[in-house]
Design a protein around this ligand. Structure first.
Ligand SMILES: [Zn+2]
Length: 233
């Protein structure tokens, strides 16, 4: 049976984003990049390049706060400020923005403000991934299919690579794919569920583990996982 995954890339753009986009295009991997506003201001050309090369760009807030630790007004401000920048990126790229997508930094849905933030996202026309192909029970037990932000089912946690790690320690990150499943334990390969896979566009990781981005994705595809574009509803 075929196992599919939807690729999401958080925290860009960076100086490495164009290279990532070229790699994705060379492998025909569709992807969603959840960008930070502060990074868009610094690497605006890379964001435009991603859009022009078929990447869907989503909102990951302006400055990556923990939404449970800011007020509702601040949270809405974070989303709005980044929305304006994303609209500018699409306009500069000469492309029509088809999807409004949002991912909370740290997956922190806002604590006491969660309900109001979900209402806000819905009322502003944000979309969610059609979860028909996702069969992980915990995805539904946690209500992730009902929410109007884009969560994930599998995180490489490649950002956990620390400074000073040996080359073998760095390569051990590949074994995480086999060891880690939905949030903790298990393996994405022992189920047929589709996955929403999370990788990060981090300069620090590139310095610690050069080529991590293509290596992790190549490894995933070699395991028989096929990256496809989700439907949005
Ligand atoms: Zn993030």
């Amino acid at each position: 049976m075929r196992k599919i995954a939807y690729l999401t890339i958080d925290d860009g753009p960076t100086e490495n984003t164009k290279g990532h986009v070229d790699y994705l295009n060379s492998k025909s991997i569709p992807a969603i990049m959840f960008l930070l506003g502060s990074n868009v201001e610094q690497y605006r050309d890379a964001a435009i390049y991603a859009v022009q090369h078929g990447i869907i760009v989503g909102n990951h807030s302006y400055s990556h706060p923990q939404f449970s630790k800011i007020t509702l007004a601040e949270a809405v401000g974070e989303i709005k400020r980044q929305e304006a920048l994303i609209d500018q990126v699409y306009a500069a790229a000469g492309r029509v923005r088809q999807y409004k997508l949002f991912r909370f930094p740290y997956g922190d849905k806002g604590g006491a403000n969660k309900g109001q933030l979900q209402e806000y996202l819905k009322s502003e026309g944000f979309m969610k991934i059609d979860s028909t192909e996702i069969t992980h029970p915990s995805y539904y037990e946690n209500g992730l299919d009902k929410d109007w932000d884009v969560f994930w089912t599998f995180d490489y946690r490649e950002y956990a690579i620390q400074d000073g790690a040996s080359a073998s320690d760095q390569r051990n990150i590949l074994s995480y794919i086999n060891m880690m499943g939905l949030w903790s334990g298990g393996s994405p390969l022992d189920r047929f569920s589709a996955e929403i896979i999370l990788i990060h566009d981090h300069s620090a990781t590139e310095m610690r583990f050069p080529g991590y981005f293509s290596e992790l994705l190549d490894h995933t595809m070699a395991m028989g996982i096929e990256f496809t574009m989700p439907r949005f509803i």
